[in-house]
Design a protein around this ligand. Structure first.
Ligand code: TYD
Ligand code: MG
Length: 454
């Protein structure tokens, strides 16, 4: 619908139409349409502050600097942001409740404020006193941070405009509401409208803006996912149960690379950037157990070594269980099938559990061979040689497919003390690493060096 026009909007889902209808064309609710005047937004998602609506501009005449980056002074956060916040940009930080979103926001706010960057912090979720108490635990004095204890988005934005900060934090998007929309706070219509307003507001005021959003394990589709297409960058926190490691991943970033990960450790005094990520992921590798295999994945711009752990035990069930954490269940099933048919490793009567160290979710197919080897080691209950690592994607035929950036992966594994790596044929080696090129899964199993077999 064109801006500045009168129309109807569903109070349940936010669907908009020019002509009145009794039933919402999107969610199917009856009598939920309300008249509304689409206020001409100062700057909509697509409009830039320097171009008036309805005008055109020569591409060559547009400013080509992206504005100065505002470093958070937290290395792992900056890495995921692509160097820091961008004035006028809107960043979404999502994650399960309790994972550390508010902690990271407050720590970033303190670092920014310490360098004289003014920060407004909308604490819709907690009282100023609660935020003060958290700050106390984090050793943050709070100078230069202005709290905005508002749940009305309009009121919060008006308050922020009055102070004109460089950075605005809205914690969380679910805790603020847009006035005049009848649907419930945190509901889809509220989230979409709040997101759309924030995008325009951040751009027209040139304020680097961050919103946090809760993602629940069950309802990942609702909530912050609705905002992904609106905002400039989407960062999600991941973790494994019981692990203190927190992985912040950019799934979208108009200002930087996607799939970049930042790794933190949650400590008694807040989130600490982890400097040697691979070492943190391999912490448990010292344990001399069957079912463990190490690989190196490329996450964003850097290679990271991770350990895949598998357990295979006799099953009492007619269809044995397959439990995966950090590995897609469909991938686990596929690799089990290939292991059975091409590698002679049969887990048909075994419950199989497979996990990835540190809470990382594997997205890199080059980890296939390590997953398969961990399972093979678990099924045979024979540990693998501790200095051997594995790289390779596995095809249904059992062929080991080449991997990208093999040399960088090998270099990272070498740095961590691995001296031998089973790799796809055609992989170039690096110094101090013995590479063992293989063509098939069967060959890889031959070369894996299960202890007890040699
Ligand atoms: P929080 O940032 O409130 O999570 P979110 O905003 O994502 O819901 O983090 C809360 C958890 O972090 C809580 O379980 C306590 C823990 N925590 C620490 O371990 N150390 C700390 O210094 C702080 C502030 C929190
Ligand atoms: Mg919070």
């Amino acid at each position: 619908m064109a801006r500045g026009q009168r129309g109807y909007r569903c109070s349940s889902c936010g669907w908009q139409t020019i002509a009145y209808v009794g039933r919402c064309g999107h969610c199917g609710e009856w009598n939920t349409l309300e008249v509304f005047d689409e206020a001409p937004r100062a700057a909509g998602p697509r409009a830039r502050a320097e171009v008036a609506p309805g005008r055109t501009v020569a591409l060559s005449a547009v400013r080509d600097d992206e504005g100065e980056r505002i470093s958070t002074d937290i290395p792992e956060f900056d890495r995921v942001l692509g160097g820091g916040f961008v004035p006028g940009g809107l960043v979404l930080v999502g994650g399960e409740p309790g994972i550390g979103k508010s902690t990271l926001m407050l720590q970033a706010a303190a670092r920014l404020a310490a360098r004289g960057v003014s920060v407004a912090y909308v604490c819709g979720e907690e009282s100023p006193r609660q935020v003060r108490l958290r700050a106390g635990r984090l050793g943050i004095g709070g100078e230069g941070i202005t709290l905005v204890p508002e749940t009305s988005l309009d009121a919060a934005l008006a308050a922020i405009e009055g102070m004109g900060p460089a950075v605005a934090i809205i914690d969380s998007i679910q805790s603020v509401y847009v006035e005049g929309l009848e649907s419930r706070s945190g509901g889809p219509a509220q989230l979409s409208e709040a997101g759309a307003r924030l995008v325009g507001w951040a751009k027209s005021n040139e304020i680097a803006t961050v919103v946090t959003g809760h993602v629940t394990k069950a309802g990942e589709i609702a909530g912050p996912r609705l905002l992904e297409h609106l905002v400039d960058a989407v960062l999600y926190f991941e973790t494994a149960q019981g692990s203190a490691l927190r992985i912040l991943r950019s799934v979208k970033n108009r200002f930087g690379a996607t799939d970049e990960v930042g790794v933190f450790e949650m400590t008694g005094s807040g989130l600490q950037s982890v400097e040697n990520v691979s070492a943190a992921f391999l912490e448990e590798h010292e344990v001399d157990a069957s079912g463990c295999a190490v690989t190196a994945v490329i996450e964003g711009s850097r290679p990271l070594a991770v350990e895949v752990q598998a357990l295979a035990v006799p099953s009492a069930l007619a269809s044995p269980r397959r439990i995966a954490a950090g590995i897609e269940t469909a991938r686990l099933h596929l690799l089990l099938a290939v292991l059975a048919r091409r590698g002679g490793i049969n887990a048909a009567n075994l419950d199989v559990v497979a996990t990835v160290s540190g809470g990382l979710r594997l997205r890199d197919a080059a980890a296939d061979l390590a997953v398969a080897m961990a399972i093979a080691s678990a099924v045979r209950d024979e540990p693998l040689s501790r200095e051997t690592a594995f790289l390779g994607e596995i095809a249904l035929s059992g062929a080991i497919r080449p991997v990208q950036q093999g040399a960088r992966r090998l270099a990272e594994l070498t740095r961590l003390g691995f001296r031998r790596c089973v790799v796809p044929r055609g992989t170039h080696g690096v110094e101090a690493m013995q590479i063992v090129p293989v063509r098939t899964l069967a060959e890889a199993i031959e070369e894996a060096r299960f202890r007890g077999t040699r």
